[in-house]
Ligand binder design. Structure first.
Ligand SMILES: *Cc1c(COP(=O)(O)O)cnc(C)c1O
Length: 378
């Protein structure tokens, strides 16, 4: 036998890892810096690392208390009820829970293009269709109610990413409220705030709860993750905040023990480690400013822990930078063959990335505006 027809499904393309690249090029891992997956350059919250070590001996038990405790801690952080917090195996897991809870076969999901691949993947896994709205490079990937609604056609789910991956643009809460208001009553607006900590903006949880002058809504959900600002990408921990009205849905759709004992203990420690988050956010701010000031090509303004860079030929530039020890993200798979995305690193990593990419651009004689490359002889 064979699996069902998966010809519409595409594999997720993750940023490349140091081990993988070093092995392929026959070099030492220590020669590389990886700025391709928006990981935390300061590593995990130190408190979380201690908690993971201390939890090792209870790995034989199902994570019942830890799961409940972390849910309560997150609920307190947002001032919502425990039932509104849907813990999951990463933000990606939370996307799956929303798909499970909302989509009927054939329902369509509207996603940004360029955008995060997993929205569409999850919709397809759940027998849904995928439609796109365009964020235009020429408009600096500006997000507004207008840009999103232009692509809307009664879709069951609409994804917004703020800050947006890979561009770093954001969408104001007023615009999100307008989208939720102008779409059908049965349309869920998911606001993906995977990079929310890095932006100086209020969370869309305000729309769910009716704070800051907004009316409370039952058609908005917010996505958050411990992978980025908390530095816990490896433990896989994220969650959705959903409207109060959905209280009993989680128990019906979640995979039992959605987040592991280690993940929950790490999350409980990390959520109180403000110092680590502040340091991480500060580093990202300095790094993205440095890259904007010093890369000798166009760099979009970003509120995330990464910047999108116009390089003309992303594949060549990413490959050449990698040869020189700096792994960045080629954005061809996002539909941006002229751009690379560089994660904000430590000061040293950022300086090295800027120097390397500038050298590559000079050596390859890439003209970002022409969208092609000329390789000089020899
Ligand atoms: C990283 C990321 C996520 C979530 O990643 P997880 O590691 O699964 O938590 C969600 N959305 C966007 C846009 C991301 O970049």
């Amino acid at each position: 036998m064979q699996p069902r027809d998966l010809s519409d499904h595409v594999a997720y393309e993750a940023g490349r890892g140091i081990e993988e690249v070093a092995r392929e090029l026959g070099r030492e891992p220590s020669e590389f810096v990886k700025l391709a997956s928006n990981e935390n350059p300061h590593g995990p919250s130190p408190a979380a690392a201690v908690a993971i070590r201390e939890t090792a001996s209870s790995a034989s038990s199902y994570p019942k208390a830890a799961h409940a405790d972390l849910t309560a801690a997150i609920a307190e952080r947002w001032d919502v009820t425990d039932e509104q917090v849907w813990l999951a195996n990463g933000g990606d897991g939370a996307i799956d829970y929303l798909s499970r809870a909302v989509l009927e076969p054939g329902d369509s999901t509207l996603v940004p293009s360029p955008g995060f691949a997993y929205y569409g993947m999850s919709a397809r896994f759940h027998h849904g269709e995928v439609r796109e709205y365009a964020l235009e490079k020429d408009d600096d990937f500006e997000q507004s109610a207008e840009t999103v609604l232009e692509g809307y056609d009664g879709d069951r789910v609409v994804y917004l990413t703020s800050p947006h991956n890979p561009s770093g643009s954001t969408i104001p809460l007023e615009e999100i409220a307008e989208i939720a208001e102008r779409t059908d009553e049965e349309t869920l607006v998911v606001v993906d705030e995977a990079y929310g900590e890095f932006a100086d903006r209020e969370s869309a949880v305000a729309l769910i709860e009716g704070r800051d002058g907004f009316d409370a809504r039952d058609d908005v959900a917010v996505l958050r993750t411990f992978s980025k600002a908390y530095g816990l990408a490896g433990v896989r921990l994220g969650y959705a905040v959903v409207p109060d009205e959905w209280a009993d849905a989680y128990a019906r759709v979640n995979t039992p023990f959605a987040a592991s004992e280690l993940a929950c203990r790490a999350g409980l420690a990390a959520i109180d480690d403000d110092e680590h988050v502040q340091r991480t956010v500060e580093t990202a701010r300095e790094s993205r400013e440095y890259m904007r000031d010093n890369l000798e090509t166009h760099v979009w303004e970003s509120e995330g822990n990464f910047v999108l860079v116009d390089v003309g030929d992303a594949e060549r530039v990413a490959e050449e930078a990698q040869e020189r020890g700096v792994i960045v993200r080629d954005c061809t798979s996002f539909g941006l063959p002229g751009c690379i995305r560089i994660t904000c690193g430590t000061e040293d990593e950022t300086e090295r990335a800027v120097e390397t990419v500038n050298e590559v651009l000079a050596d390859l004689d890439v003209d970002p505006d022409r969208n092609d490359t000329e390789v000089p002889d020899a």
